[in-house]
Design a protein around this ligand. Structure first.
Ligand code: HEM
Length: 119
C-alpha cells in the first residue's frame, strides 16, 4: 500500500499532533464550538487521528461510526464544514506540513461533505 501521504504528515506522531490541534481549535472556534458541547475531546482526537492515519495509508484502523451516522444529529452547514477545514489547515500549518501535502489530505476529506452536511 502507498503510505507516502501518511509519512509526509509525520506518521502516527505527526497525525496525533494534527488531530489534537484541530480539536483544540474547533472547541475554541466561536463559529462551531457549540456543536461540540458534551463531546469528549480526548475521544474525538483519537478517532480523528485513526481516521486520518488510515485514510493516508498508515497502519491505523478507524473503528468509529460512519460519517453519516456520527454527524446526522448536528445539522451541519457548508459554513460549519468550511470552518472545520480552516481549523485543520491551521493545525497542519502549525506542524509545518507543506501546502501540497495539506491539499492531499483535504482532497481525501472533501468527498465526505456529502455525508456530513445535512442542512
Ligand atoms: C470532512 C469533515 C469531517 C470529518 C472527516 C469528521 C470526522 C469525524 C470523526 C472521525 C468523528 C468520530 C465518529 C465516531 O467515532 O463515531 C466525528 C465526530 C464528530 N464530529 Fe466530525 N468530521 C467532519 C466534519 C465535522 C464538522 C464540520 C463538525 C462541526 C462543525 C463536526 C463535529 C463533530 C462532532 C460534534 C462529533 C461527535 C459526535 C458525537 O459523538 O456525538 N464534524 N467527526
Amino acid at each position: 500500500a502507498d503510505d507516502s501521504l501518511y509519512r509526509a504528515l509525520g506518521g502516527t506522531e505527526g497525525l496525533t499532533r494534527i488531530a489534537s490541534g484541530l480539536v483544540d481549535r474547533a472547541y475554541a472556534d466561536e463559529r462551531i464550538k457549540l456543536k461540540f458541547d458534551g463531546v469528549n475531546p480526548k475521544f474525538l482526537k483519537e478517532q480523528l487521528r485513526n481516521q486520518f492515519c488510515q485514510l493516508s495509508g498508515g497502519p491505523c484502523v478507524y473503528d468509529g461510526e460512519t460519517m453519516k451516522n456520527s454527524h446526522a444529529h448536528l445539522a451541519l452547514t457548508k459554513a460549519d464544514f468550511n470552518a472545520l477545514v480552516e481549523d485543520l489547515q491551521a493545525s497542519m500549518d502549525e506542524q509545518g506540513v507543506p501546502f501540497s501535502v495539506q491539499n492531499r489530505l483535504l482532497a481525501l476529506l472533501a468527498p465526505m461533505h456529502r455525508d456530513v452536511i445535512t442542512k
